[in-house]
Design a protein around this ligand. Structure first.
Ligand code: ZN
Length: 145
């Protein structure tokens, strides 16, 4: 399942990083996930909690934040964010209901989005990958509060 390989990838990167930095315990891992991927958060967390056993991440928790994709118009070079085309997306959503296509297939986005500046449909979406934003380690500074 996709979620499991994502969790595995996150764990592998952080374990590698912890090893390089001689850390033996990680408290929290924060990852950013593109807001319209079709990842199931529950499954991702379940996979994370299962796969972390026996690693330096055993006691860590996974925090997920959503990041909005960026769009770039190939016609005029204009870059814009999700908010600027939210109206158009909402129209698509209204037309298709909750299971609107972007939720299922983020790659379809350009088909439904027009550049707010020149109206071109030749729009490219920023890479939809998951990034590790922050790793909290036991006993280090920066963990006040
Ligand atoms: Zn444009």
């Amino acid at each position: 399942m996709h979620e499991w390989s994502v969790a595995e990838g996150i764990l592998r990167s952080v374990i590698e990083w912890a090893k390089e930095n001689n850390l033996d315990s990680v408290r929290k891992v924060k990852v950013a996930i593109p807001s319209f991927t079709f990842l199931e958060l529950d499954i991702l967390k379940e996979a994370y909690d299962t796969l972390k056993r026996g690693t330096v991440l055993e006691k860590s928790s996974l925090e997920v934040v959503y990041k909005d994709p960026l769009f770039k118009c190939r016609n005029c070079g204009n870059t814009f964010n999700l908010n600027q085309v939210l109206g158009e997306l909402n129209e698509v959503r209204e037309e298709f209901g909750e299971e609107y296509p972007l939720h299922l297939v983020p790659g379809l986005a350009p088909a439904f989005i027009k550049c707010p500046k020149c109206g071109s449909n030749d729009v490219e979406v920023s890479p939809q990958d998951i990034t590790i934003e922050e790793v909290e380690v036991n006993g280090t500074a920066g963990s006040s509060g």
